[in-house]
Design a protein around this ligand. Sequence first.
Ligand code: AMP
Ligand code: ZN
Length: 452
Amino acid sequence: MSLRLYDTASRKLEPVTSTNGTTTMYCCGPTVYRDAHVGNLRTFLLSDLVRRVLTVNGVNVKLIQNITDVGHMSEDIENEDKMLAQAKAESIDPFTVARKYEAGFHTDLARLNIEKADAYPRASESIELMLAMIEELISKEFAYVGEDGTVYFSAQAFPSYGAISGNRLDALKPGHRYEYSEDGAKRFHADWALWKNAGGRKEMIWDSPWGPGFPGWHIECSAMSLHFLNSHINLHVGGIDLRFPHHENERAQSNAITGNESVDLWLHGEHLLFEGRKMSKSAGNVVLLKDVIERGFDPLAVRLCILENRYRSQMDLTWASIEAADSTLKRWRKKIKTWGTQIPVKDAEFLEILDNDLDTPKAIQYLRTLEKNENINNRAAHFLFADQILGLDLAREEVISALTLEQEDILKLRQIARNEKRWADSDELRVKLEQSGLEIMDGPDGQTWNWR
Ligand code: AMP
Ligand code: ZN
């Protein structure tokens, strides 16, 4: 079998295609004005999993992921670029902001064992590509220059608009917020900006045939995907919120240029919630990978939690599930060392589970069953094969670290508090120990500890 995935446009499972022996993949990347939270990382992990499954199936893959460092307007602050708003907040140059969070994005990917894409083109360095595309769209009469000097894509010039999301033009009412405030000199309410006139803006602007300005958000993904992937994308990945308008507009732009269907399969990952609510700044429940590490957990525990959920379902992450995944990883790593030769051997049954629309929860269940089955000859071979896709570092040697002097002191103080029946003090010291990464158990012979 080969990999089949759910295509948002056709609303059914489709085989992943390739062109001249290579599957071309494009994944919408981060807007680098803040740290990526674990929700964003769930989406980036999706393209990694797909690529790993294809690779293990013997398919050559080329993956491109863009870095949005200009042109993504904020929903909160009327018509303000997310980058410029953050630059103002941090009192630094917007490009410094962009590079800082771009570096953080790469650190997070490495911590989650997400393999590197073939290229990470930046929007700010792809302006020429975008300008050439916009000129072509104007000459093909898919775009026009508004009276305000902004260039718009004409939604009505593209008859199949709405094929991915189902949002057909006749059903889209004027006044609906298609994307932020972009009323300007549009001829039709669903048109969108390809190139925005600079107006009063002084930073992050470039010259263009229509005067100084900056690109709209959607055009960068059309320009980069077609340029880097030889004008055809076999598989396009992003979070579910990007289905409309971002991917609908991207499809219109790209197809208008190529004259055919430029993407074979649109894959969307569902959102991650945290403790029952959508992760967002306003809900106050944003979790970064560094928060997970600070609590003493392996960041790959987050990877395992994500794998335990199907990519097409919303998932709820909690500290308890991260903790449970962390101990599963430790247990597996220890057991594998005792299970025979440490060489992966192809497991067709395991691969078939993933080939069927990336059924990672079933794949994890398969491993849990295997773990309990004493009759299987070399369980290490199965686990290490699985790990080529799951990326959980199962061959890693678990290092048992020594206690720090401070932890030793607190343990002694706590034992004294317990001997003197000062329970409140004992509880306070337990919290301190737990925060430092230890787990404390009280038994008839006194306290014992473990690394969490
Ligand atoms: P951004 O950096 O905001 O442009 O988002 C980067 C990626 O993260 C996009 O593909 C979004 O669809 C995705 N995304 C945003 N929020 C979540 C979430 N809570 N869970 C999963 N993916 C998300
Ligand atoms: Zn995109």
